[in-house]
Design a protein around this ligand. Structure first.
Ligand SMILES: [Zn+2]
Length: 143
């Protein structure tokens, strides 16, 4: 069982480590916070933003957000988090719009479990746009 979602202050750098046009780290409020927080969060404008917000949701253990942004056709019943390890970072390699309602995002995420070597997830994820919102569909692991 995970202990529940972690807080993140709006004036702290976003967990997804997005860099603004002037080369500064974006703050949580100005980045994934607007999608993760609130009663009726803003839909992400594109698949890459959804990808980033889902990474931040993994960092902050926001299970409800991860499930809500997972397409109903592939969504698991629940998620577990490794609460003893920590995420080391996200690198979005490529974001491609493949049709009017489909996009792909290639990324590398790194995680350090407690007492074990860090591992990296290199994945090309597929996203679909439905009723004005982007959803994670599935992903292929790359090496
Ligand atoms: Zn972010």
């Amino acid at each position: 069982m995970s202990p529940g979602p972690l807080p993140c202050r709006g004036d702290q750098p976003c967990p997804c480590a997005r860099i603004s046009a002037n080369g500064k780290a974006l703050l949580f409020d100005a980045c994934c916070g607007q999608y993760l927080e609130g009663e009726a969060p803003t839909p992400t404008p594109d698949a890459a933003s959804l990808m980033r917000s889902r990474y931040s949701a993994f960092v902050l253990q926001r299970e409800s957000y991860l499930l809500a942004t997972w397409h109903a056709s592939t969504r698991p019943a629940q998620l577990g988090f490794d609460t003893t390890g920590r995420w080391l970072g996200l690198e979005v390699r490529k974001a491609m719009v493949t049709s009017a309602t489909e996009a792909e995002v290639e990324f590398i995420a790194r995680f350090k479990p407690q007492g074990a070597s860090a591992w990296r997830l290199h994945e090309r994820s597929r996203f679909v746009l439905q009723d004005g919102r982007w959803y994670y569909l599935d992903g292929v692991q790359l090496t």
